[in-house]
Design a protein around this ligand. Structure first.
Ligand SMILES: [Mn+2]
Length: 433
């Protein structure tokens, strides 16, 4: 088993975390629970991102435990023990002996976990544990002390990516790029959303990868549903399709969106909205400069969208009025652009580290080594009865999304090989049919 990083990288991540934890601490990081899909059939397992980050354990059971009650931090990885009967059905296990190469001080059977934790908790003053990942562990930790959350520290560490992490994200971007190009090439009027999904995800699988989130393939009005998931309609001649799909390499995600006409030719109204979104995306990417405030790319993109819609006559007001709050756009523009302009990207497709609505942490100042998405969109759902949708653009939903690496020399677009100008798209769509 080859881990995606050498042991030094894992150990340096652990040490950075340990340095910020107080004396007399017990730190517990579980991996995700297996989830039942049907009777005794489980959903495909995805290891927990914190586990992957700290020690790379990708088995479907495992707990990383570290404690400094003796002064220096000692780490132990608890894994399922060898068991021929289980292995015959579920696959071979490393067991604690086979897991010794992992970047930890000790390995032990997961059957020893509870007594070990109870013993350490007798001596340790502080418990750091991520709750909500493993319900089994949550209910086993019945200690009356307050359980502290190590994510405050780890999330901050995960915001900027190492060279090795960037390599994996680049590989995910490369595979994602190929998948989107394949879909464009092989589309035709009347194609099913699911057929495009199968082209995209088939390529992921072909590259020994998997989706990083369920693929969104929305034709026509379906493109105006931000997290559309049915992928079950045929896409009519003359309609656009929005494909928002990305894959995972060693746990690291890509996340790409393109919107294009299934017949290879944009209509005039589609072109008008498309070019506004493209211009907004370009402005958003340009704003991804090291040292800039987190919301600067959102503001840059929103400004272009507001001005574009005023110019097209969608709003009968000034661009400033369409935008509303200049720092947190809340004007009428939000009728047609309801989401943020992007998010951090990493082990989680919507990566930790702040910046999303509802996050405890504000978005971080942009810094070299961060990877984020820029993805403005405009959505004119013909089904909307809460707002006036201009007839000319009714049924159009467009989003364009790229993955951006911030460097001290400006933004690098990791997914810029996926065509996005009208000219390039029209040249490519349907070419393979
Ligand atoms: Mn995204």
């Amino acid at each position: 088993m080859n881990l995606p990083f050498d042991n030094e990288e894992y150990l340096s991540r652990q040490n950075r975390l340990f340095e910020e934890l107080p004396p007399s601490t017990c730190l517990i990081i579980p991996t995700n629970d297996k989830k039942i899909r049907s009777n005794d059939v489980a959903y495909p397992f995805r290891p927990n991102s914190y586990m992957l980050y700290l020690c790379g354990w990708n088995g479907d059971e495992g707990v990383f435990l570290a404690s400094n009650i003796s002064g220096k931090f000692q780490s132990t990885l608890f894994v399922p023990p060898r068991d021929t009967k289980s292995e015959i059905w579920e696959g071979r296990r490393l067991g604690p002996e086979g897991a010794r190469d992992w970047p930890v001080d000790n390995t032990q059977s997961i059957e020893d976990l509870e007594p070990t934790i109870n013993q350490i908790l007798n001596d340790a003053e502080n418990i750091f544990h991520i709750q909500g990942i493993s319900s089994k562990l949550d209910s086993a930790l019945t200690d009356s002390r307050e359980i502290l959350d190590p994510r405050i520290i780890i999330d901050r560490m995960r915001v900027t990516k190492s060279k090795g992490e960037i390599k994996h994200i680049k590989e995910a971007s490369r595979i994602g790029t190929e998948a989107h190009i394949l879909a464009m090439k092989n589309a035709f009027p009347g194609i099913g959303e699911w057929e495009i999904q199968s082209i995209v995800e088939g390529h992921f699988m072909n590259c020994k990868s998997t989706w990083s989130f369920p693929s969104i393939v929305g034709g026509g009005d379906n493109a105006t549903i931000l997290h559309y998931k049915e992928n079950s309609s045929k896409i009519n001649n003359g309609d656009l399709v929005l494909v928002d799909a990305g894959c995972e390499v060693n746990g690291y995600a890509s996340d790409i969106t393109r919107t294009w006409p299934v017949n290879g030719k944009f209509t005039q109204p589609q072109k008008e909205i498309y070019n506004v979104v493209l211009e907004a995306e370009t402005a958003g990417i340009e704003a991804c400069q090291a040292g800039a405030a987190w919301n600067s790319f959102h503001i840059a993109a929103s400004k272009v969208l507001a001005k574009g819609l005023v110019d097209l006559g969608v709003f009968d007001c000034s661009p400033e009025e369409a935008l509303g709050d200049q720092l947190d756009p809340d004007g009428p523009i939000r009728n047609f652009f309801m989401h943020g302009t992007g998010h951090l990207l990493g082990l989680d497709v919507h990566d930790v580290g702040g910046g999303r609505k509802g996050d405890k942490n504000p978005g971080p100042t942009l810094k070299s080594g961060m990877v984020l998405t820029v993805e403005p969109g405009l959505y004119f759902g013909s089904w909307r009865n809460d707002i006036h949708v201009p007839e000319r653009y009714s049924g159009i939903g467009i989003r364009i999304e790229d993955d951006i690496l911030i460097t001290d020399n400006g933004p690098i677009v990791l997914t810029d090989m996926v065509p996005k100008t009208i000219e390039d798209i029209e040249e490519l769509v349907g070419i393979g049919v």
